[in-house]
Design a protein around this ligand. Structure first.
Ligand SMILES: O=C(O)[C@H](O)[C@@H](O)[C@H](O)[C@H](O)CO
Ligand SMILES: [Mg+2]
Length: 403
C-alpha cells in the first residue's frame, strides 16, 4: 500500500474546488477535498510544497500515523490552511482503505446507525414573503428542515440571501471582497417576524434553522435567542464570533434556543469548553476543514458525552468529495443531528461523479467501496481557477464588522 504518487487538481465548474488525489503502487487511489473558500491557493501551496513530497513512499494504510506526522510534525499546529491540507490527505487515505477493504466507508466506521440522513435546505428571500415562497417550494420537495434568511428593511445586501428570487446565494461573489453594510438594530427588530411568519404559515412540525453569521455580541445573541423561543428553532447558528468560547456561557444562561457553532473551527481544542460546559447543541466543522475523519470523529465522540450532536457544514463551497464522505459519516455517527444541503450545480456534479443520492429531504448513502466520490480529471481541466473572494461587512458608520 505504498503511496507512489499524489497531486492536486484545481477546477472551477462555477466555483473553485481543490482536490487531492493519492495513488498507491497497486493503482488504488483515493481523493480528498482541500477547498478553503476564498483561500484556495494557500492550501494548494501547502500541499504541493510541504505535504506531497513527504507522503511519497509512505504506507497509505497507516492513516493514524500519517495524521500525527502531518499535525505534530509540522510544528505549526492547527489553523484553517494546515487543517484543510491534513483533512484532504485523511479523506483520501480513508477512501483508499475502504476501497482496499472492498467496503463503503460507513462500514469501516462501524456500520449504519440510521437508514437515511436528514438534511436542511436553504430558503432565502429578499423579504419575508419571498422567503416563505422558498420554504413552500422546499417543503414540496420533501425537506423536513429549512434554514430561513430574509432581507431586512434598510439593509441593502444581507448575508445568505440570493441576489434574485429562486437563485442560490454565493458567498464568494467577486474577484476582490465586496463590501456589505450591517445594522444589528435593524436585524434584531426584524428577524423574529420572519420566524413568526414561518410558524404561522407552516405550523409546528417543520424544523426551522437560522444563521446569524457571527454578527452579534453575546448579550444581543441572548436577546435574539429569547425573542425566538416561541418559534422553537431547530438551531440558531454562529450567533457570535466564537474565538472566545466563554461568550456562550452568557448566551446559554438566557435562552433555551438550541445553538450551533463551528463551521470555521478546525480542531477539537476550538470546541473543548463549549462542549464540556454544554454551552452548545450542534457541532458544524466539516470533514474537509476539521482534520478529516480521523479528527472530526474525536470531536463527535467528545460531543456525544455531553448530548451535543453533529450538524455538518454543507455549503456549495465544500466539494462533493466532502459531502460524499459526510454522508458516510452521518450514516454511522451515533450522535447525528442534521446535515446541511446546498445542491451543487450540474457542472460540479458532472466533474465529481458520486453515488450518494438525495431523496425526500434526506441523503442516502451509496454502497460503492470508498467514500463513493470520484473526479473526472479531463472534465475538471475545462474549468480553470478564477480568483473569488468572500465579502467584508461594515457597520453603517463604516466600521469593519464580523462577516
Ligand atoms: O452556514 C453556511 O452554510 C455558511 O455560513 C456558509 O454560507 C459560509 O458563509 C460559506 O461556506 C463561506 O464560505
Ligand atoms: Mg453558517
Amino acid at each position: 500500500m505504498k503511496i507512489s504518487d499524489a497531486y492536486v487538481i484545481v477546477t472551477s465548474p462555477g466555483r473553485n474546488f481543490v482536490t487531492l488525489k493519492i495513488v498507491t503502487e497497486s493503482g488504488t487511489y483515493g481523493i480528498g477535498d482541500a477547498t478553503l473558500n476564498g483561500r484556495e491557493m494557500a492550501v494548494v501551496a501547502y500541499l504541493e510544497e510541504h505535504v506531497i513530497p513527504a507522503l511519497i513512499g509512505r504506507d497509505a494504510s497507516r492513516i493514524e500515523d500519517i495524521w500525527h506526522y502531518l499535525y505534530r510534525g509540522a510544528y505549526w499546529r492547527r489553523g484553517p490552511v494546515t487543517m484543510a491540507a491534513v483533512s484532504a490527505v485523511d479523506l483520501a487515505l480513508w477512501d483508499i482503505k475502504a476501497k482496499a477493504a472492498g467496503m463503503p466507508l460507513y462500514q469501516l466506521l462501524g456500520g449504519k446507525s440510521r437508514e437515511r440522513v436528514m438534511t436542511y435546505a436553504h430558503c432565502t428571500g429578499r423579504d419575508i414573503e419571498g422567503c416563505l415562497a422558498e420554504v413552500e417550494k422546499h417543503v414540496k420537495l420533501g425537506y423536513r428542515a429549512v434554514r430561513v434568511q430574509a432581507g431586512v428593511p434598510g439593509i441593502p445586501t444581507i448575508y445568505g440571501v440570493a441576489k434574485h428570487e429562486g437563485e442560490r446565494y454565493e458567498p464568494a461573489d467577486a474577484e476582490l471582497p465586496a463590501e456589505h453594510v450591517w445594522s444589528t438594530e435593524k436585524y434584531l427588530n426584524h428577524v423574529p417576524k420572519l420566524f413568526a411568519a414561518v410558524r404561522e404559515r407552516f405550523g409546528d412540525e417543520l424544523h426551522v434553522l437560522h444563521d446569524v453569521h457571527h454578527r452579534l455580541t453575546p448579550i444581543e445573541a441572548a436577546r435574539l435567542g429569547k425573542a425566538v423561543e416561541p418559534y422553537h428553532l431547530f438551531w440558531l447558528e454562529d450567533c457570535v464570533p466564537a474565538e472566545n468560547q466563554e461568550s456562550f456561557r452568557l448566551i446559554r444562561q438566557h435562552t433555551t434556543t438550541p445553538l450551533a457553532v463551528g463551521e470555521v473551527f478546525n480542531s477539537i481544542h476550538d470546541y473543548r469548553e463549549l462542549i464540556e460546559n454544554q454551552w452548545i447543541d450542534y457541532i458544524r466543522t466539516p470533514l474537509s476543514h476539521g482534520g478529516g475523519i480521523t479528527h472530526v470523529r474525536r470531536i463527535a465522540d467528545l460531543a456525544g458525552l455531553y448530548h451535543v450532536r453533529t450538524g455538518f457544514h454543507g455549503p456549495t463551497d465544500l466539494s462533493p468529495v466532502c459531502l460524499g464522505a459526510a454522508v458516510h459519516f452521518d450514516t454511522w455517527v451515533p450522535n447525528f443531528g442534521i446535515q446541511e444541503h446546498m445542491p451543487h450545480t450540474p457542472e460540479t456534479d458532472a466533474v465529481f461523479p458520486h453515488d450518494y443520492r438525495f431523496e425526500d429531504g434526506h441523503f442516502l448513502v451509496g454502497e460503492a467501496p470508498g467514500h463513493g466520490v470520484d473526479i473526472d480529471e479531463t472534465l475538471a481541466k475545462q474549468y480553470p481557477y478564477k480568483r473569488a473572494s468572500l465579502p467584508v461587512n461594515r457597520l453603517e458608520d463604516g466600521t469593519l464588522w464580523h462577516w
